[in-house]
Design a protein around this ligand. Structure first.
Ligand code: TRP
Length: 339
């Protein structure tokens, strides 16, 4: 069976460690596994505009930033097609036919969409484009006949809804054009990372992130500010490891698991200061992020080269999407001129 990956991100900000742990790292591994015939990575600028229509500059400014983040962690344009959603009008056209296969109540019930409407405080003023983005996301995937979507747990309801669209399209028009989509979750323990304040997931809006592009001093300052155990006041006090962000990060990023186990034991018993564990974590994060930052700085010198990668990716992606659209229209009987 043909295996095609399609995944992407809204370019609403630079990518942070949470993105790295929850998706980018896994994408690079999937890319290098050689198990997939095609890999498409989409910068979802149109989806980002569904709730930023009044501020397109925010989205436009982050297109090249997200592309730089991709390239800096090892997404390789020779192996993965990186492109812009707005560069592929065929997705929108497919979306239009898909909209007829989904009811308003189904869209309204989508837990991810519901949660976002809450978070964004839309109240009664939900933009129509935002309201229906779950359908356009199905078109994002199916325009490339994507079979596998690596994405966080939060994307599950969107993939379920896309699979219902596959089923309905198959029933109405062609049982062979689209196949059910498989959701590839991040590896165990690699779900979305908690922010440095320990309050919630790392996110731009909570201002609790460490960015892939942060400089060494900024990284260190953020590590030193990390939430630990508020009751661990004197070094000699026993400390709590659970919910302590420094240990959460050590579990994720430290390769010397034995040392982490020893530090935990020492911390629990008392006698191990926060500054010590923070210094250790800082070293690890500096080592993790240094190669990304260096590559990013190098690539950022030539923004036009970044745009050329997106343009070339767009050309490749459009060929596939145009073929899918043509086949979809044929199966519906509306490809009047066989284009
Ligand atoms: N909804 C995703 C996010 O918010 C971005 C996205 C758009 C996406 N289209 C996609 C992800 C298709 C996976 C597949 O990050």
């Amino acid at each position: 069976m043909n295996k095609t990956i399609l995944t992407g991100d809204r370019p609403t900000g630079k990518l942070h460690l949470g993105h790295y742990v929850g998706s980018l790292k896994n994408r690079v591994e999937l890319q290098n596994s050689g198990e997939y015939d095609k890999i498409f990575i989409m910068i979802a600028d149109q989806q980002a505009l569904t709730d930023n229509a009044d501020n397109p500059k925010k989205i436009i400014d982050h297109v090249s930033e997200v592309a730089l983040d991709y390239l800096s962690v090892g997404i390789d344009p020779q192996k993965s097609t990186i492109f812009l959603q707005s560069d592929i009008p065929e997705i929108s056209e497919l979306n239009m036919y898909f909209q007829n296969l989904v009811t308003v109540s189904r869209v309204q019930r989508n837990p991810t969409v519901k949660a976002e409407i809450q978070q964004k405080g839309f109240g009664q003023s939900v933009p129509v484009g935002f309201f229906v983005y779950s359908i356009s996301q199905a078109a994002d995937i199916l325009a490339f006949r994507g079979t596998h979507v690596p994405a966080g747990e939060d994307q599950k309801p969107l993939i379920e809804q896309a699979n219902e669209i596959v089923a309905t399209f198959s029933r109405y028009y062609d049982p062979n054009l689209f196949t059910p989509i498989e959701h590839i979750l991040p590896p165990a323990g690699m779900g979305r990372l908690v922010g440095i304040d320990g309050k919630g997931k790392m996110s731009k809006s909570l201002n609790n992130g460490i960015y892939l592009s942060d400089d060494p001093d900024t990284i260190q300052q953020k590590v030193m500010k990390m939430y630990t155990d508020p009751n661990h006041i004197n070094v000699s006090d026993p400390g709590q490891v659970e919910g302590n962000v420094v240990f959460t990060y050590l579990d994720v990023f430290a390769t010397d698991k034995e040392k982490v186990a020893e530090l935990k034991e020492h911390y629990r018993a008392g006698g191990l200061g926060d500054v010590k564990i923070k210094r250790y974590l800082n070293e690890i994060l500096q080592d993790t992020l240094r190669p990304f930052r260096e590559k990013r700085e190098e690539l950022a010198k030539d923004k036009s080269a970044i745009m050329s990668i997106l343009e070339a990716g767009g050309n490749q992606a459009r060929e596939v999407a145009a073929d899918t659209l043509s086949k979809a229209k044929t199966s519906m009987g509306i490809n009047y001129f066989n284009r």
